[in-house]
Design a protein around this ligand. Structure first.
Ligand code: SAH
Ligand code: SF4
Ligand code: F3S
Length: 460
């Protein structure tokens, strides 16, 4: 019996012979957006979604290599599938994403059962690459590639909140980071293409769009054009103005911001454009100037402070989130404490923390002043406690307030409740399944606050 038969859903769907697919996505929103596009391509080729990973005819892992533990995860997943393939030679095994780009051919040596290894720039070419696989080849697609405008329709996980890529790649050279080497040079999409995609989503009923880029503030710097005032014609600020009037959309977000390029013009646009939400994800990485320099981040802690001050002048209730790295090579205890102090001083709503992990082809990985595993574990433990305490303090301000929540679906832990997010991106639960549906904007009085989520009841 083939896996196709095993995984046939109870209501038969058209199957034009390709069988079923399974995608597991690791890593950031960029990878999630790529996975949705690859799922769209597979469905347009005639694949249908499998019911379970171990029953699928095609398994695709969209991988992440930002830290070593992210990379290692995929090898254990692959081991299981490689074993399956030995008894089921018709299984197609694909590794996409950042590990694929980093390892290329050597992945085939490590896992000879693989059919296709494809870097992130090739996501839109999945059908072409699979056609080569069908001819019996083992395919590696990792060469630099100009990302063509997407002609396929993504198969999106949500029907309410969508991602739209605006810039691919990253031209920065942060000394710890593998992204530029796996995602390639910056490639901005044209404003018209971005707006068209957003209009299409709005017409399907999407209410919220998050514009995506690894360094979204770099948007447009690879596009030609200078304004009469001598400014670059294409910037993130101009893009926000350009797409703001898309009919039907209620909310616009963007990520990830880089403090080096974050401008006052951008802050003003966010304050003036009503659909742009008051939430800013601006990684600061370290609270110490010397470390920021060693990381090649291109700003000082003071500049970071001024950005946040300016945001709060214009949007006093804005929520601020960030990423931070502890135990970067050479980080002293005093330097690390400056990071803790900055978290308290700014009062972050959320901080993603990570211990430094040496990555291939990055300068910091070769430095001799690496810190021990014990220091990493201890600093991470301590900083997480600080992040949670500060987030709890920030959450307290919602208590008793009425917040607008965009409903995304049912609370999986309590089917009586629906869940959604505030404009400031706090996850919020409230009673009313059956009454409220995905896509509704509901005023919710907040009655219970936790560090990273809220509960309340609908008013009016
Ligand atoms: N483009 C974004 C972040 C991309 S990666 C930016 O510039 O901020 C997401 C986060 O992973 C980073 O913000 C950083 O905090 C973390 N990170 C990246 N490389 C890392 C490494 N080698 N070790 C630990 N954390 C890392
Ligand atoms: Fe990595 Fe720096 Fe680029 Fe962010 S800006 S993706 S941290 S190199
Ligand atoms: Fe990971 Fe690649 Fe994103 S390394 S964080 S999936 S860009």
């Amino acid at each position: 019996m083939t896996a196709t038969q095993l995984s046939a859903p109870t209501t038969p769907v058209a199957d034009n012979g390709r069988g079923s697919y399974w995608i597991t996505t690791f890593g950031c929103q960029m990878n999630k957006a790529d996975s949705e596009r690859m799922a769209g391509i597979l469905e347009s080729m005639g694949y249908r979604e499998a019911q379970a990973e171990l029953e699928a005819d095609l398994v695709l892992y969209n991988t992440c290599t930002i830290r070593d533990n992210a990379e290692q995860k995929v090898y254990s997943y692959l081991g299981r599938q490689a074993q399956r393939k030995r008894t089921n030679p018709n299984l197609t095994l694909v590794v996409a994403g950042c590990v694929a780009q980093q390892e290329g051919e050597s992945l085939l040596r490590r896992v000879p059962e693989l059919d296709l290894v494809m870097g992130p720039q090739h996501a839109n070419r999945l059908d072409v690459l699979l056609a080569q696989v069908e001819q019996g080849q083992q395919v590696v697609a990792t060469e630099e590639h100009h990302i063509l405008e997407d002609i396929t329709t993504a198969r999106r996980d949500s029907t309410i909140c969508g991602w739209v890529n605006v810039i691919y790649g990253c031209n920065e050279r942060c000394t710890y980071c593998v992204v530029p080497s796996v995602r390639g040079r910056e490639q901005s999409r044209l404003p018209e293409a971005i707006k068209l995609e957003m209009e299409g989503l709005a017409a399907q009923g999407f209410k919220e769009i998050t514009l995506l880029g690894q360094n979204i503030d770099a948007y447009g710097r690879d596009l030609p054009g200078i304004t009469p005032e001598g400014r670059r014609q294409h910037t993130l600020t101009d893009l926000l103005h350009h797409v703001h009037n898309v009919e039907g959309l209620e909310r616009i977000r963007f990520a990830t911001s880089h403090p080096r390029y974050f401008t006052e013009r951008l802050i003003d646009a966010c304050a003036e454009l009503p659909k742009v939400c008051e939430h800013f994800h601006i990684p600061f990485q370290s609270g110490d100037d010397e470390l920021l320099k060693a990381m090649a981040r291109g700003y000082t802690v003071d500049r970071y402070r001024r950005i946040i001050e300016r945001i709060r002048e214009r949007m006093p209730d804005a929520s601020i989130s960030a990423d931070v790295i502890v135990a970067f090579p050479g980080e002293t205890d005093a330097q690390y404490r400056r990071t803790l102090d900055l978290i308290e001083e700014i009062g972050f709503d959320q901080v993603n923390t990570a211990a430094y992990s040496p990555r291939p082809n990055t300068p910091a990985a070769d430095w001799p002043n690496q810190l021990s595993e014990e220091v990493k574990v201890e600093r991470l433990r301590e900083i997480n406690a600080v992040v949670e305490r500060v987030a709890r303090e920030r959450s307290a301000r919602y208590s008793g307030r009425t917040e607008q929540v965009l409903v995304e679906g049912i609370n999986p832990k309590d089917p009586e409740q629906v869940m959604g997010r505030t404009r400031t991106n706090r996850l919020t639960f409230f009673a009313g399944n059956g009454r409220w549906h995905a896509g509704d904007l509901v005023d919710v009085r907040i009655e219970e606050v936790r560090p990273f989520s809220l509960s309340g009841c609908a008013v009016g």
